[in-house]
Structure formats: structure tokens, C-alpha cells
Design a binder for this molecule. Structure first.
Ligand SMILES: CC(C)(COP(=O)(O)OP(=O)(O)OC[C@H]1O[C@@H](n2cnc3c(N)ncnc32)[C@H](O)[C@@H]1OP(=O)(O)O)[C@@H](O)C(=O)NCCC(=O)NCCS
Length: 221
């Protein structure tokens, strides 16, 4: 991990941090769309539309066009689902990182810097629904700096912070399509706790789930 420094967030990192978060999240769009295409409900909708239009119209073009339209609408719905999450995050904690993390107890936001450029981020704070644990959030590494162990170092930073403050465990949530992140967390010792659907209508009908992971810190004391 040559030339990489992990330091606390500073105000001037704001735009880069937002960009890293947004691009990291948007990377999952293609696999989320593939997930949508694999759903039995999607197959059924496309087949029914195609067959009923073939049966009722004399043209072959109409059913093909209708299927193409449905696919485009499905992709837009996936884009909307991601944009809603990204927009909400940019308007909440990422809008004021100092207030959301640096001024709060047992919370922090770090960036990884390479040659003076911010190339990675991670944060933690007491988990909203389980304040006895710290929650790791906002993990993202710039594409050009992947595979160098930066995310592993960021995970270690959070685990050390939690251990120093006497927390027994770190938890986090990631989506079913963030497979690189799942491998990362499992590699550094997190265990899958549960997998559950998002409460909103669209993610629910396409079976889009979140995974909760936990790193037990008491075990390796
Ligand atoms: C997930 C992410 C943070 C990994 O960053 P990274 O700096 O490349 O990760 P590291 O180099 O520290 O790799 C750590 C481990 O993760 C796993 N891993 C990471 N990327 C992987 C990939 N593309 N394929 C397979 N394993 C991968 C490996 O097990 C690796 O350990 P190893 O090299 O010792 O086997 C990065 O891909 C990313 O920012 N993705 C987009 C945003 C995102 O999904 N964030 C998580 C939201 S919860």
C-alpha cells in the first residue's frame, strides 16, 4: 500500500467524497438491472406482453417494441431506486460530514489519500437501531486505486476505532449486488448476519435485498 495515508476528513474533501460515494454506488446499476432481468416476475411480464400482442396484433414489430419499452422502463426504475438512495445520502450525512461524524460522540469519517489526492472513504457512528455497536458506512475506493488493500486498511481503521472505544462489534449493511464489497468484508472477518428486503415497493417486488454483516471484536481481544 505504497504512498497511501489515512487521515480524518477535512472540509475541502467534501466534493471528492461526494463524487466517490456517487460513482461507487452507480457502479452497481448494471448488476442491479441484471438482477431485475433474472426475476421470474420480469420473465412473466415480458412473456405475457409479448404473447398477448403477438396473438392480438398482426404485426411482429409491436410486441418487440412493447418488450423493448418494458425493458427501458425497468432500467429507469432501477436508476430511480439508486438515485433516490444517493440523493437522500447526499442531503443527509454527506451534506455536512463535520456535523454528522466529526462533532458526534464515537463517530468519525476518514479519507485515504494518495499523492495528495483523496482516493477512498469510510465512516462510522453508533448504529441507529443498535447503538451498542458501531456501524461502518460510506466505504468507497476510487476505481484507479482498487486492489491495493486500501479498503482493507479503511476497515482496520474502523475496527481499531471501535475497539479503542470499547465497542464489542462493528456492523454494516451492503446490497446484494455489491459483490466486491461482500468479498472485502468477509475477507477482513465480517460474518453475514441476515439478508432482508428493502421496505419500498419496487425493491420488494424485484426481491432486492440488503445484507447485514457483523465483525465481532471481543473474539480477537
Ligand atoms: C469494495 C471496494 C471498497 C474494495 O476496495 P479495494 O481497495 O479495491 O479493496 P482491497 O484492495 O482492500 O481488497 C480487499 C479484499 O476485498 C476483496 N475484493 C475487493 N475487490 C475485489 C474484486 N474485484 N474481486 C474479488 N475480490 C475483491 C478481496 O478479497 C480483497 O482481498 P485480497 O486481495 O487480499 O484477496 C471497492 O471495490 C469499491 O469502492 N466499490 C464500489 C463502492 C462500494 O461497493 N462500496 C461498498 C458499499 S457497502
Amino acid at each position: 500500500m505504497a504512498n497511501i495515508q489515512i487521515r480524518k476528513y477535512q472540509e475541502e474533501d467534501s466534493e471528492t467524497v461526494k463524487e466517490l460515494f456517487t460513482s461507487g454506488m452507480n457502479e452497481h446499476l448494471p448488476s442491479a438491472f441484471v438482477h431485475l432481468l433474472k426475476q421470474p416476475l420480469t420473465h412473466m411480464l415480458l412473456m405475457c406482453t409479448f404473447c398477448s400482442l403477438v396473438a392480438t396484433s398482426k404485426s411482429f414489430l409491436l410486441p418487440v417494441l412493447a418488450v423493448a419499452l418494458l425493458l427501458a422502463a425497468g432500467r429507469q426504475a432501477v436508476v430511480h431506486m439508486f438515485n433516490a438512495y444517493i440523493g437522500a445520502s447526499l442531503k443527509s450525512d454527506l451534506d455536512d460530514v463535520v456535523e454528522s461524524y466529526l462533532r458526534r460522540r464515537d463517530s468519525c469519517f476518514w479519507v485515504a489519500e494518495s499523492d495528495g489526492r483523496v482516493v477512498g472513504t469510510v465512516a462510522c457512528l453508533p448504529a441507529e437501531n443498535a447503538p451498542e455497536f458501531l456501524e461502518l458506512k460510506r466505504m468507497s475506493v476510487c476505481r484507479s486505486h482498487r486492489g491495493k488493500g486500501i479498503a482493507k486498511a479503511l476497515c482496520r481503521t474502523v475496527a481499531d476505532f471501535a475497539r479503542d472505544r470499547g465497542y464489542p462489534a462493528v456492523i454494516l449493511y451492503t446490497s446484494m449486488v455489491a459483490t466486491d464489497a461482500q468479498r472485502l468484508y468477509e475477507r477482513v472477518g465480517y460474518k453475514k448476519i441476515r439478508q432482508f428486503p428493502l421496505p419500498d415497493f419496487f425493491p420488494k417486488i424485484i426481491n432486492f435485498t440488503l445484507i447485514e454483516y457483523k465483525l465481532d471484536l471481543e473474539r480477537d481481544k
